[in-house]
Design a protein around this ligand. Structure first.
Ligand SMILES: *Cc1c(COP(=O)(O)O)cnc(C)c1O
Length: 435
C-alpha cells in the first residue's frame, strides 16, 4: 500500500505541531507507524490522502456509532449552517437537546453542555468538591477521564500507550488529593474509604473501562461503589464519555441498572462535533452558577451546529433499533478474531462489552490495568501494521477499544476476520514463537 502523501504531510506536520498531531493517540509512535492522513469518510470506511480505503474501527474514538457522514446528522448540520454559527445567547435547540438527554439518561435530571469530555469530567469533579465541601477524589488505575490536572494519575489512553505514569506540569499539591486504586477491586476501595472516606468528594469511574483496552466491571463492582458512596456521603460519578449512548440509549447506567449521582458525557453526544456534557440530580446541579456559586462556563457551549449534530444523532439512537444489531455484530467479529488467533497459534484475549471490544495480545484474563499491561505491545504493533496493509484500521495502540457501529455490515466483518487470519499468521511468524 502506498502512503507517499500521508508520509510527506506527516513530515511537514512534525515541524509545525508537537509530534505532528493534535492529540497524542493519533500518533503512530506506539506501533512504529507513520500516521495516515484522512481526507474523507463514508459509512464504516475512511479514505486517506493516497486514496487507500480502510474499514474503520476507530470511528473518531467512539462518536461515529452511525458511521461517517450519516445522512441524518449531515442534514441536521446543513439545516442550521446558513443561520449563523454561534450567538452566545440562548437558543431553542439547547432546550431540545437538554430535554433529549434528560429523557434518555436515567439519572440525569439537569444537564450542562460543555465542549469536550475533558471539560465534562473536570467540571463534574469541581461540582462534587464544591457540593460536598471535600477535597479528595477516588479514581481507578487505567481509567481515563480527559486531561484535567487532578485526574491525570495512572490514567489509561495515551498515557498508557506511551508509558507516561503521571505528567510533568501537574503540581504534587493537586494530585495529592487524588487516590488511584485498582479497577474491579472493591476491597481496595473499602480500605481506602475506611481511612479517608469522610474527606472523599466523589468516586469517578468508567462503568466499562475502555481506555486500557476494554475491561468489563466485575459482577458487584459498580453496585459496591454505589453502596460505598452512599455510606460515606461521597458522590458516585460515572464517566460515560464512551459508554453513554453506546451500550444503549441510556448508557451504562441503564445497561447495569445503577444510578450514579453525576454523569459525564462526550463523544457520541456531539454526533462528531465537539460536545461534552455533565448532569445529574437537580439538587446537585442547582449548585452550578448562575443558580449556585460553583463556577463553570463556556463561550461556545451549546453551539447550534454542535447541538444540531448531537440532537440528530440522539434522535436516531433513542429509537433504540441499532443496539441489538451492533452488539450481535461485535460478538460475531470477536468470535471470528478469536478463532483466527487460535488457528494462527497466537494467544489473544478478546474482551467485549456491547459494541466495544479489544484484542489483548496476552493469555489473559484481562480484568484490570495490571493484567492489561501484560499484553505484548510489539505483537500488537505488527498486527496493526499488517491490518492497515490489508485495508482495516484498528487503533494505533494495544490499549484502546475497537468500536463496531451500525455501518459495519456482516460482509465488512468477514473481510476484517479474513484480514486478521492472515495478519495473525504473520505475527506468529515474525514475533517470538512462544508468545
Ligand atoms: C475520551 C474520553 C474523555 C475525554 O474526552 P475528550 O473529548 O477527549 O476531552 C473522558 N473520559 C473518557 C471515559 C473518555 O473516553
Amino acid at each position: 500500500m502506498n502512503h507517499t502523501i500521508s508520509k510527506s504531510l506527516y513530515e511537514k506536520a512534525c515541524k509545525l505541531m508537537p509530534g505532528g498531531v493534535n492529540s497524542p493517540v493519533r500518533s503512530g509512535k506506539a506501533v512504529g507507524f507513520s500516521p495516515l492522513f484522512i481526507k474523507s469518510g463514508s459509512g464504516c470506511r475512511i479514505t486517506d490522502e493516497d486514496d487507500n480505503v480502510y474499514i474503520d474501527y476507530v470511528g473518531s474514538w467512539g462518536p461515529l456509532i452511525l458511521g461517517h457522514s450519516n445522512p441524518e446528522v449531515v442534514a441536521a448540520i446543513a439545516g442550521v449552517l446558513d443561520r449563523g454559527t454561534s450567538y452566545g445567547i440562548p437558543t431553542r435547540i439547547e432546550v431540545e437537546m437538554a430535554q433529549k438527554v434528560v429523557e434518555m439518561v436515567p439519572s440525569i435530571e439537569m444537564v450542562r453542555m460543555v465542549n469536550s469530555g475533558t471539560e465534562a469530567a473536570m467540571s463534574a469533579i469541581r461540582l462534587a468538591r464544591g457540593y460536598t465541601g471535600r477535597k479528595k477524589i477516588v479514581k481507578f488505575n487505567g481509567c481515563y477521564h480527559g486531561h484535567g490536572d487532578s485526574l491525570l494519575v495512572k490514567s489509561g489512553s495515551g498515557l498508557m500507550t506511551f508509558g507516561i505514569p503521571g505528567t510533568p506540569g501537574v503540581p504534587d499539591e493537586i494530585v495529592r488529593h487524588t487516590l488511584s486504586l485498582p479497577y474491579n477491586d472493591l476491597e481496595a476501595v473499602r480500605g481506602a474509604m475506611n481511612e479517608v472516606g469522610k474527606e472523599v468528594a466523589g468516586i469517578i469511574v468508567e462503568p466499562v473501562a475502555a481506555n486500557m483496552g476494554v475491561v468489563a466491571p466485575a459482577p458487584g463492582f459498580l453496585e459496591g461503589l454505589r453502596q460505598i458512596c452512599t455510606e460515606y456521603g461521597a458522590l458516585l460519578i460515572f464517566d460515560e464519555v464512551i459508554t453513554g449512548f453506546r451500550l444503549g440509549p441510556g448508557g451504562a447506567q441503564k445497561y447495569f441498572g445503577i444510578a450514579p449521582d453525576l454523569t459525564c458525557l462526550g463523544k457520541i453526544i456531539g454526533g462528531g462535533l465537539p460536545v461534552g456534557a455533565y448532569g445529574g440530580k437537580k439538587d446537585i446541579m442547582d449548585h452550578i452558577a448562575p443558580c449556585g456559586d460553583i463556577y463553570q462556563a463556556g463561550t461556545l457551549s451549546g453551539n447550534p451546529l454542535a447541538m444540531s449534530a448531537g440532537l440528530a444523532m440522539l434522535g436516531v439512537l433513542s429509537r433504540g433499533e441499532i443496539y441489538e444489531q451492533i452488539e450481535r455484530q461485535n460478538a460475531y467479529l470477536c468470535e471470528g478474531l478469536k478463532e483466527a488467533a487460535a488457528a494462527a497459534g497466537v494467544p489473544v484475549t478478546l474482551n467485549r462489552v456491547g459494541s466495544l471490544g479489544c484484542a489483548f495480545f496476552t493469555h489473559g484474563p484481562v480484568t484490570d490495568l495490571e493484567s492489561a499491561a501484560k499484553s505484548d505491545t510489539q505483537a500488537y504493533a505488527l498486527f496493526f501494521q499488517e491490518m492497515v496493509e490489508r485495508g482495516v484500521y484498528f487503533a494505533p495502540s494495544q490499549f484502546e477499544a475497537f468500536f463496531v457501529g451500525a455501518a459495519h455490515t456482516t460482509r465488512d466483518l468477514d473481510l476484517t476476520i479474513e484480514a486478521a487470519s492472515d495478519a495473525l499468521r504473520v505475527v506468529k511468524r515474525k514475533c517470538s514463537p512462544d508468545l
